[in-house]
Design a protein around this ligand. Structure first.
Ligand SMILES: [Zn+2]
Ligand SMILES: [Zn+2]
Length: 136
């Protein structure tokens, strides 16, 4: 849907269409009505990552997201500054754009992927914990 300040909370930095607010628990993020990319203010991605079922906000098809992933030069929807392309410290295959003053943008499917790792980490720590108990 074309961006219209009356209906949309933000303009998608990737495809320039309108973004709408999506709520999960206490966290409110913005999702693009066209490419389904997600905007997270400040630390919202990490807050949301720790909430159960939060991958539900990422409704986009990852295949669509990958298509948009190739357009890397985007500007922050809040300040207009060029955003920095950053790969996740733990999951190097996940790339997102970040504005150090405002937040970050993830393509469709990336948040679900980002979230997944949390569970894997949790399983790893459980297994490690068990080993320590069995072999002190
Ligand atoms: Zn978009
Ligand atoms: Zn900014």
């Amino acid at each position: 849907m074309e961006h219209n300040p009356e209906n949309h909370s933000l303009k998608c930095p990737k495809c320039q269409h309108g973004m709408v607010e999506v709520e999960h628990g206490e966290v409110v993020i913005d999702r693009c009505t066209n490419c389904h990319g997600l905007w997270f203010d400040a630390d919202e991605a990490h807050q949301l990552k720790s909430l159960p079922e939060s991958h539900a906000v990422d409704i986009g098809d990852p295949k669509e997201g990958w298509k948009w992933d190739s357009r890397v030069e985007i500007d922050c929807p809040h300040c207009g500054k060029r955003m920095e392309l950053t790969s996740d410290a733990k999951q190097k295959h996940i790339w997102y754009e970040i504005c150090h003053d405002h937040g970050m943008f993830m393509d469709a499917g990336e948040f679900a992927d980002f979230k997944e790792e949390n569970l894997l980490d949790w399983f790893k720590s459980v297994i490690k914990g068990d080993r320590e108990t069995v072999c002190p």
